[in-house]
Unconditional design. Structure first.
Length: 493
């Protein structure tokens, strides 16, 4: 296969789809979504629920409602005249809901690192529950602090959320609940939810957080509990599978462009200057790609999807020297996960994540040394990552956050559990958490947007990935409650 970009876990499906002729295989991530049957994610499939009219009908009599089975075609591109039939369930309010709002007590948790828009999500879940579904009893909406650690409510007492408290938090960066990694114990979390009477849990976080939330869902279903576990995917890297975008991404790109402009000013204001900007992107280079395109000031863009070498005629150093000789300056944008084979640490942190080497400083050293040996000049290095993570969401992202938050509330009220909400072709849809958690979306180096960037920067094929056409496969096994129960048993020995 000359070109193969798969975003799925299923090796057998990949092998079955490869054509004997060796021709290029074109497919879409959505082709590997499970069939559009969300029955197993309806709480009524394992316990009794009584349908009730949606209170929004009386509140907004002219409002439009969706049919329960409305769906969106996932892949709208036709290859060789064939129309894809894979669909995903449309999110949004329906005339009938499965929860009596008077019986609902909701909790919100924000996990992982900071990302623009976290406060916007918290605000609009709170407002949606309070204003649209009438959760107005004090304490009926609470926030768990510092990620999954917050289910230790003695150490981290929950925050009571009200419209007054959240009214203007969307104008601020960070999360009023705090965000954190670790602290995950699915049985303990479900026990805490039961003790507090919380039967709606809104989990905001990336693919790792949703992988864990899917395990909470499995415990809930295993125990036959009436509980909605709803995921709102969050990643500044925009690497959530199946969805168009994630909240915070546009805000990050906007802020990244400002950093690139600063690097350009520094580089162009001295003799043979080279500006280097390191941006977010551990495994996917979407922020680097889009920020570079938006700035129109870059000469090289390095992303995790494309390996590169420093030396050689087609190496990075020769390309930068060529651009400096031609223009008098150059700007390099690098995603934090790029070039890890050149600076790997072979270490993991306490949560099991790989500790990545500092490609930014390595670039500064190698490019600086090469300039001294060849044409002279100097380097300027900018790492705005923590500044970008902490900014408030832009207006565009605020709108997107509001949509996701309100659709998450509607999905919970419809009686779903173990699902995530997100955007497909700008429609909000419902997708099982287990599908979201299978891997990460990655930059397709054969896409028109990446190829446009290659044209703008003049990078050789060795820096763009056009010379290798390698397959990218992200794989992650679905988690189970037993994985964590076994770990606790071993710890007691």
């Amino acid at each position: 296969v000359s070109v193969l970009y798969w975003y799925t876990m299923d090796i057998q499906k990949i092998q079955d789809a490869i054509k004997p002729s060796g021709a290029a295989v074109k497919c879409h991530a959505a082709d590997f979504l499970e069939e559009n049957n969300l029955d197993e994610h309806m709480i009524k499939s394992w316990t009794t629920m009584t349908p009730t009219p949606n209170p929004l009908i009386a509140k907004f009599p002219r409002m439009s409602f969706h049919d329960e089975n409305d769906a969106i075609v996932a892949n709208i591109v036709s290859h060789q005249g064939k129309i894809a039939q894979k669909t995903v369930r449309r999110a949004g309010p329906t005339p009938t809901i499965m929860w009596n709002p008077a019986d609902v007590r909701a909790g919100i948790v924000t996990c992982g690192g900071l990302c623009p828009g976290l406060n916007s999500i918290i605000r609009d879940i709170t407002v949606g529950l309070y204003a649209n579904y009438g959760l107005r009893t004090p304490g009926s909406i609470i926030g768990f602090r510092n990620g999954y650690n917050g289910f230790d409510t003695i150490k981290y007492p929950p925050v009571v959320l009200t419209p007054a408290l959240v009214e203007e938090i969307h104008t601020k960066g960070g999360s009023i609940l705090g965000a954190g990694r670790g602290g995950f114990d699915p049985d303990f979390i479900v026990d805490t939810l039961l003790r507090l009477g919380v039967n709606h849990l809104y989990v905001v976080g990336g693919d790792g957080t949703q992988w864990a939330a899917d395990i909470i869902f499995q415990v809930v279903k295993e125990r036959g509990l009436k509980m909605s576990i709803i995921g709102i995917p969050k990643t500044i890297d925009n690497d959530i599978l199946f969805f168009d975008r994630s909240f915070g991404f546009h805000s990050a790109v906007d802020a990244s462009v400002a950093a690139i402009r600063s690097a350009f000013v520094e580089a162009s204001s001295c003799h043979n200057g080279v500006g280097i900007v390191k941006l977010m992107g551990r495994d996917s280079g979407f922020v680097a790609r889009n920020a570079a395109l938006a700035s129109n000031l870059t000469d090289a863009v390095l992303i995790p999807e494309v390996d590169f070498e420093f030396e050689g005629k087609a190496g990075l150093l020769e390309h930068i020297v060529y651009r400096v000789r031609r223009k008098g300056h150059a700007v390099i944008v690098v995603a934090e996960g790029a070039g890890q084979k050149l600076c790997a640490t072979n270490k993991k942190d306490e949560t099991g994540h790989t500790v990545y080497g500092d490609i930014g400083n390595l670039l500064k050293e190698r490019v600086g040394e090469h300039l001294k040996k060849t044409i002279g000049g100097r380097c300027f290095f900018i790492d705005p990552s923590y500044m970008i993570r902490s900014i408030p969401a832009t207006p565009n992202d605020n709108i997107f956050c509001a949509r996701m938050a309100h659709e998450a509330v509607h999905a919970a009220m419809r009686g779903y559990s173990g699902i995530c909400v997100g955007s497909v072709h700008d429609y909000m849809v419902i997708v099982p958490m287990k599908d979201i958690a299978t891997g990460r979306r990655m930059v397709n180096v054969n896409s028109s947007i990446w190829q446009r960037l290659c044209e703008a920067t003049g990078m050789p094929d060795s820096l763009t990935g056009q010379d290798k056409k390698k397959a990218i496969l992200t794989r992650k096994k679905r988690g189970t409650p037993e994985m964590f129960r076994a770990k606790k048993r071993r710890a007691r020995l």
